[in-house]
Unconditional design. Sequence first.
Length: 260
Amino acid sequence: MVYMAPVVKSSSQKVKNAVLVLLALWSIISLVVIVVWATSPDWKGSTACRAELLEVTEKMEAAKVVWNKNKVALEDLLKAERQQRDKQRTEISLLLERLSATNSTLEECQQEQGLLNRNITVLLEMLEESRQAEANLTVKLRLKEETVEALQENVTQLLHQTDSCLSLKVAAESQMMAAQSQNKACDQKCKDTSDSSGQQCQSRSATTTSPSNVGSAAAPLLVPLLLTCAVLHLFTSPKVLHFVQIFTSSRNRPDDLRRN
């Protein structure tokens, strides 16, 4: 009994393993049969084929409808894009024409700007020449004014000297008239008196000649006065007035240029 137990266990184990192997083979064979039957078209029924055909046909019709819709939409989109492209081409041509006109206008403006720059340069040169002429004329006018002031001072001095000479002349004439009256009185007395009175008359006649010498000495002072009057007449001549007009016009000319 002790030796029979291991033999029974080993035989039952073999049987069990054999059964398991058979079950595994049967399951594998069944799976292969099912797969082959499922994938083989010959084994399908006609109903399933018709159903699949109908389904495929419906899908194809739906795909055709969708394709037609997409085709129409794409054609419309293509037409719109072509119209947009034509419109853009027209706009581009208009823009090119405007750009060409703008370029021509820009060239004309540049030419006008160059001409204006040249005119401005010429005007600036003329303005500088006018300023220099104004400065020169201002210097000349100042010199003339100083000369006129000096001549006026000389004339004033000569007038004072002339006034003093005239006053001396008037005094000398009064003295001469007094001496002449005295001379007449002396002549009258000389007729009545003797030789002594005649000598007195000769001495008085000598005194009467001295005031006339004073009057003759005052005469040369009139010569500078006449020269001064001639100089003043020269400065008040039309030529000097014309010079003053030229100077004033030259002073006003730069202001007109600045306003322009």
